[in-house]
Design a protein around this ligand. Structure first.
Ligand code: DC
Length: 231
């Protein structure tokens, strides 16, 4: 699996197959998407990371969340890179490794807020489509199947109950060393989901032709094998 370089490759790439995996946070789509990309030897797009990197750039440059023009400009001018290392992927913003801040819940909340702003989404659309490079792309996000890659050959909408997703996120954050209170996280996740679902532009929802998988009572292996069968 490789993460495509943002600036290289064929812009159109419309003949390159895409598998879109969308869903709310904590549904397991990130882990499944990475695993599927590895399994197929395809590229991987973590579109949430682009929104999170934009959020970090906004914080770094102290841009007000009310200043839509400046937010759009920041998203359009992002200097970001993903580098594959032996142990994973390093995300760089302005050349600096931002791995520690990228996954913080606070970064996710700001990412969700700026993701509701049309100029920000527009600025990130082209960047996301640049990841479509041979031999194929597994794209993880909220609007991969509905907006960014509507011609994806397979669209999965992965979900799970609110409690289950909060528990999974809690475990993930704990493993990364972030100590968060489970009930607070539950509330934050619900607020983030409802913002992502109710925004006017590209809301989180399954594409009409998506296969919906509820992973509440399934483990990772079971979800993965269901998806591999569909592929
Ligand atoms: O998947 P994530 O938690 O890293 O995403 C962070 C936020 O970014 C999410 O709450 C909403 C936004 N996002 C989006 O609007 N569209 C995407 N395709 C991916 C993420």
């Amino acid at each position: 699996m490789t993460r495509s370089k943002l600036s290289s490759g064929n812009d159109s790439g419309l003949d390159v197959p895409v598998i879109a995996i969308d869903g709310p946070g904590g549904s397991g789509k990130g882990t499944i998407s990475i695993r599927l990309a590895k399994h197929l030897g395809w590229n991987f797009l973590d579109s949430g990371a682009l929104y999170r990197l934009t959020a970090l750039a906004v914080l770094k440059n102290q841009i007000s969340l009310d200043n839509e023009a400046a937010l759009g400009k920041t998203a359009a001018g992002l200097d970001i890179r993903f580098e594959s290392t032996g142990s994973g992927v390093v995300a760089r913003l302005d050349g600096e490794d931002v791995g520690d801040c990228l996954r913080l819940e606070k970064t996710g909340i700001i990412a969700s807020r700026i993701a509701a702003i049309p100029v920000v989404r527009l600025a990130l659309t082209g960047r996301q489509r640049h990841f479509r490079q041979a031999p194929g792309l597994v794209a993880d996000g909220r609007d991969m199947g509905t907006v960014i890659f509507p011609d994806a050959i397979l669209k999965i909408f992965l979900t799970a109950s609110d409690e289950c997703r909060a528990r999974r996120r809690h475990k993930q954050l704990k493993e990364k060393g972030e100590s968060v209170n489970l009930s607070r996280l539950f509330r934050e996740i619900k607020a983030r989901d409802s913002r992502d679902q109710s925004r006017d532009i590209s809301p989180l929802r399954p594409a009409e032709d998506a296969v919906i998988i509820d992973s509440t009572d399934l483990n990772l292996e079971e979800v993965f094998s269901k998806i591999v069968k569909l592929v």
